[in-house]
Design a protein around this ligand. Structure first.
Ligand code: GDP
Ligand code: ZN
Length: 295
């Protein structure tokens, strides 16, 4: 008899699932084609000895898809509702990367929150951040070290299934530890008995947050390079372009060298930030060159 379960951790060849009663079972996969990722709803069957086998992955409502080393798309998490993008005073914010993440969130139908971390005593956020007020679902100012802004951050996450992303060194681990307390350790150490890796680099984990909501922590998400298949999709990732792009002379305007482009006019008049337009062009180029590579 098969039952429903939620994938709460993914190892190389096994998943840890949670059933409706909160029991956790280490499962293997029935067949090589199955690739259950964290956040997946699955059908599974119990095996003698207390383990299980995943027989089916149910249709996904959303996915986080990145480009792997060979330039191919790879799904790293499923059924999430929000991206939490972390920036900090150091390493210096990479605003293009932020635009890329926000674009990917929009295209995947996810909400997005920006966290600006390491705002310790006397620090103030950079002016550029203010330009993002209308482009995301929330901005939180935090210091993981001084435990500032964590209540606000928890409130932004309490009704969502979030994934936390951002450059290495901005404080994601510190924030996750501050949000979870000792809960994090507990899951990392669970399925040691099968010998499939305690806290290996391939481990992705879904945590329940103490204040509500869920958080996906995954190395595949941490160095996430979002995948956009179609260059025509790129502009949908730039929310503020929408009201202008409908007024371009050509329906298929790419907003590059075309005459009577309302997007470029909006950049010239300051209604669209120059920096955002630059990000758009870089992302468009990147998407086009990846598409050529795949041909
Ligand atoms: P991750 O790579 O994004 O997971 O970042 P880590 O959580 O490993 O943090 C990187 C470094 O930044 C560590 O040395 C942390 O101690 C430090 N750090 C994290 N949060 C804060 C903060 O709020 N203030 C300051 N000053 N340093 C922080
Ligand atoms: Zn245009």
């Amino acid at each position: 008899m098969s039952e429903l379960g939620l994938v709460v951790a993914r190892y190389r060849r096994h998943s840890l699932i949670e059933d409706d009663d909160g029991n956790r079972i280490v499962c293997q996969f029935h067949g090589r084609a199955l690739n259950p990722v964290v956040g997946d709803q699955v059908q599974w069957q119990s095996e003698p000895g207390g383990s299980g086998t995943i027989t089916e992955v149910l249709p996904r409502e959303s996915t986080l898809t990145r480009i792997d080393n060979r330039g191919n798309p790879e799904i790293v998490a499923a059924n999430l509702s929000q991206l939490v993008v972390v920036l900090a005073t150091g390493p210096a914010p990479d605003w293009f990367l932020l635009d890329r993440y926000l674009g990917a969130a929009a295209l995947a139908g996810l909400k997005s929150v920006i966290v600006f971390n390491k705002l310790d005593d006397n620090d103030s956020p950079p002016d550029t951040l203010a330009g993002y007020r209308d482009l995301t679902d929330g901005i939180c100012l935090t210091s993981a070290h001084q435990k500032l802004g964590l209540t606000e951050l928890a409130a932004c996450m309490d009704a969502e299934r979030s994934a936390m992303i951002g450059q290495s060194g901005v404080g994601k681990s510190s924030l996750i530890n501050a949000l979870l307390g000792d809960k994090r350790q507990a899951v990392d150490e669970l399925p040691d008995k099968g010998g499939h890796g305690r806290h290996t680099t391939t481990t992705s984990v879904l945590y329940g947050l103490p204040g509500g909501g869920e958080l996906i922590d995954s190395p595949g998400v941490r160095d996430y390079a979002p995948y956009i298949a179609d260059p025509r999709e790129v502009e949908r990732g730039f929310k503020e372009f929408g009201q202008f792009s409908t007024k371009c002379r050509f329906d298929d305007c790419r907003h590059l060298a075309e005459p009577e482009c309302a997007v470029k006019a909006a950049v010239a008049s300051g209604e669209i930030a120059e920096r955002r337009y630059e990000s758009f062009k870089i992302l468009l180029e990147l998407t086009e060159s990846l598409r050529k590579k795949r041909r």
